[in-house]
Structures are given as structure tokens and as C-alpha cells.
Design a protein around this ligand. Structure first.
Ligand code: NAI
Length: 345
């Protein structure tokens, strides 16, 4: 089977090539992102492999289908960048649903600790022989309330970590899981009561701009926001205003709504044109990493392992494919075809 891998970085290639020794698929690696402009390069390939910031809209999908591509293998968990409705019935879409929730949850806590205890500033100060503590004051996490939005794989890992710090947990999920023994509250209660809010739900039409100018008014003053999920859960312009007014006391971000044009690349010798991003980076109570929460050796190895298991099922025409996602699954939840052992389409 021939697989065209888009948006490849050296680390992707290393892990995918290593895993391919067990399979011997014909892989070709491209640095370009998958988009309407590049989709035709997939002519003659059976599958394209894509990542979080590829633009897999209706046009991209049509071009892939016209060029005979059977499946899109997402080497990530989120798929908000794929037009699933348009893909349904035309092209199979698989993903890696659970590679290392620990990687993301641990990074979320690393961001929170760094921001709260100002480790990033202390690191630079002591290297400059500045041993003063002014401006480095933080707060105990112990006893504070962590509001977790989305209690799936990553949210649950983050909850366990927060419990280890002695935090009180409250949670909001559109589909609460009664087996978890969590205190679920409605979103407004979570916004009003939490000292720290960490977002772990997917980006959908329902969650887009979940934190906006209106909902931010309900926040406890000085709350710290952690977002390792997807940038567009937060309306950036509203976040900037809330940081300026002190309504939000700090933001620890691994994602940003307009990250696709900037993240994963070195812009250090150029002028960044995104004014909102630069304004965010100017706050001393904002810490931003470049969508790196997934980036551990363990996660990359697991992503490669599951991606190839997905590719093998595609090559063997197995249907339903275990890790297939489709519009119908999303729409009908537990009544989806795949969960009943039938093909998605
Ligand atoms: P998951 O599917 O296990 O959990 C998502 C949870 O969100 C579920 O409990 C679901 O019921 C809940 N949810 C769905 N719609 C909701 C809504 N409207 N309001 C509140 N909750 C809702 O997903 P997982 O693996 O925990 O990943 C969560 C997100 O983390 C992914 O969607 C992805 O966007 C992001 N992610 C970020 C990474 C990074 O490197 N920064 C890496 C991997 C995932």
C-alpha cells in the first residue's frame, strides 16, 4: 500500500519509518501540509497520513477522492480539522484515539506549575545572577478548586494529577460519566467556582468559543486558565481583555486558535504578522507552548504503532476499522454502525 505522509517533521519520520519496518508499506514524506493546494499530490496513493493543522475541508476531500485515495489516517486524536460530514460515504477517516493521555495531562500540569510558580522567569533570573524573589509569588494548588471541562482520557489523567496535589475537583462534561465518582456541575457553576480551569473537551460547534466575552464574566476573578485542547475553545480577543482587566489571572496555553500558520515552525528571524498572538505573548502571566503537549517519546511511539495498525486494517479491507471516525458515529453516538460491528459505510 502506498501512503503519502503530509506535514512531516524529522521526528515524525523517524518514528514512522521505525514502525514501518514491521509492515513495509511504501511511504513518501512531504513537509507540506495537506490542503486543497496540495491534495492532488496524493494521486496514485492509497492513503494520506495527516496531522492537527492540515486543512482537510470539503475541497481537499473531493480532490483526494478524485485521485483515488481510500482513506485519511490522522496521526492524532483530535479531528476538528476534517470535514467529517463531507467525508462520510466518500473516504474513510481513521485516527489514533488514545496514544498517551499522560503526555498531555502532564504537560498541562507542567504549564500550570510553571506559570503559577514563575519557573520560566526564575530560570532566566538566576542565570543572570539575579536571586531576588520579587514578582515570583505564586499560590498553593493544595486546597484550590480545579474545574475540569471534559472528563475523557486526558481530563481524567489531569484530574488524578490534581488530586495528587490535594486540589478539590469539579467537572463539566456534555456526557458525564457516572462511574468516575466525580462531582459534575453545570458549566456556569464550574466557571464561577474554579480557581484553575483546564479544558479537555474536543473542539466542536458546541464548544467553539466556550470561553468568550460573555462566559468570562462568570469566572472567579483571577482564575488561571489551562488549555491543552484546541485553541478555538477560547475567544482570544476576549482572553486578552480579561487578562488586561485581571478577570483572568493567568493563561497556560499549548494551543491557539490561529496556530496553524505559526506553530511547529521557526519564525525567529521573521516578523510575525499575527498581532493577537504577539499581544498574548507580551503578558507576563501567559505562558504559551507550541502544541507540544503530545510530544513525548512514548506518545510518538504509540502514535506510530496505532497509525500502522490502522493502515494494516485499511490495506486488508477490514470494515469496520477499529479506529474509524465518521459523521454518523458522531451524530448517532452509541447507535453508530461501527459500534454494532457494521461498516461505517
Ligand atoms: P476524549 O474523547 O477521551 O474526551 C473528550 C471528553 O470531552 C469526553 O468526555 C466528551 O464527553 C467531552 N465532551 C464532548 N463534547 C463536550 C462538550 N460540548 N462540552 C463538554 N465536554 C464535552 O478525548 P481526549 O483524548 O481526552 O482528548 C481531549 C482533547 O485534547 C482532544 O479533542 C484534542 O483536541 C486535545 N488534544 C491535544 C493534544 C495536544 O498535544 N495539545 C494531544 C491530544 C489531544
Amino acid at each position: 500500500m502506498k501512503v503519502l505522509v503530509f506535514d512531516t517533521k524529522p521526528y515524525d519520520r523517524e518514528y514512522l519509518e521505525r514502525e514501518n519496518k514491521n509492515y513495509n508499506f511504501k511511504l513518501k514524506f512531504l513537509e507540506s501540509k495537506l490542503s486543497p493546494d496540495t491534495a492532488k499530490l496524493a494521486n496514485g496513493y492509497d492513503v494520506v497520513c495527516a496531522f492537527v493543522n492540515d486543512d482537510i475541508n470539503a475541497e481537499t476531500i473531493d480532490i483526494l477522492v478524485q485521485n483515488g485515495v481510500k482513506a485519511i489516517a490522522m496521526r492524532c486524536a483530535g479531528y476538528n480539522n476534517v470535514d467529517m460530514k463531507h467525508a462520510y460515504g466518500k473516504i474513510h477517516v481513521v485516527r489514533v484515539p488514545k496514544y498517551s493521555p499522560y503526555a498531555v495531562a502532564e504537560h498541562a500540569m507542567a504549564l500550570l506549575l510553571t506559570l503559577n510558580r514563575k519557573i520560566h522567569r526564575a530560570y532566566i533570573r538566576t542565570r543572570d545572577s539575579n536571586f531576588a524573589l520579587n514578582g515570583l509569588l505564586g499560590f498553593d494548588l493544595h486546597g484550590k478548586t480545579a474545574g475540569i471541562v471534559g472528563t475523557g482520557q486526558i481530563g481524567r489523567c489531569f484530574i488524578d494529577i490534581c488530586k495528587g496535589f490535594g486540589m478539590k475537583i469539579i467537572a463539566y462534561d456534555a456526557y458525564p460519566n457516572p462511574d468516575l465518582g466525580l462531582e459534575y456541575v453545570d458549566l456556569n457553576t464550574l466557571l464561577a467556582q474554579s480557581d484553575v480551569i483546564s479544558l479537555h473537551c474536543p473542539l466542536t460547534q458546541d464548544t467553539h468559543y466556550m470561553l468568550n466575552a460573555e462566559s468570562m464574566k462568570r469566572l472567579k476573578k483571577g482564575v488561571v486558565i489551562v488549555n491543552t485542547s484546541r485553541g478555538a475553545l477560547i475567544e482570544t480577543s476576549a482572553l486578552i481583555e480579561a487578562l488586561k482587566s485581571g478577570q483572568i489571572g493567568g493563561a497556560a496555553l499549548d494551543v491557539y486558535e490561529e496556530e496553524a500558520d505559526v506553530f511547529f515552525e521557526d519564525w525567529s528571524n521573521q516578523v510575525i504578522q499575527d498581532d493577537q498572538l504577539m499581544r498574548l505573548l507580551s503578558f507576563n502571566n501567559v505562558i504559551l507552548t507550541s502544541h507540544q503537549a503530545f510530544f513525548t517519546r512514548d506518545a510518538l511511539a504509540k502514535i506510530a504503532e496505532v497509525t500502522f495498525l490502522n493502515l494494516k486494517e485499511i490495506a486488508e479491507n477490514i470494515n469496520p476499522i477499529e479506529n474509524e471516525i465518521c459523521y454518523r458515529c458522531e451524530k448517532f453516538g452509541k447507535d453508530c454502525n461501527r459500534k454494532q460491528g457494521k461498516p461505517c459505510f
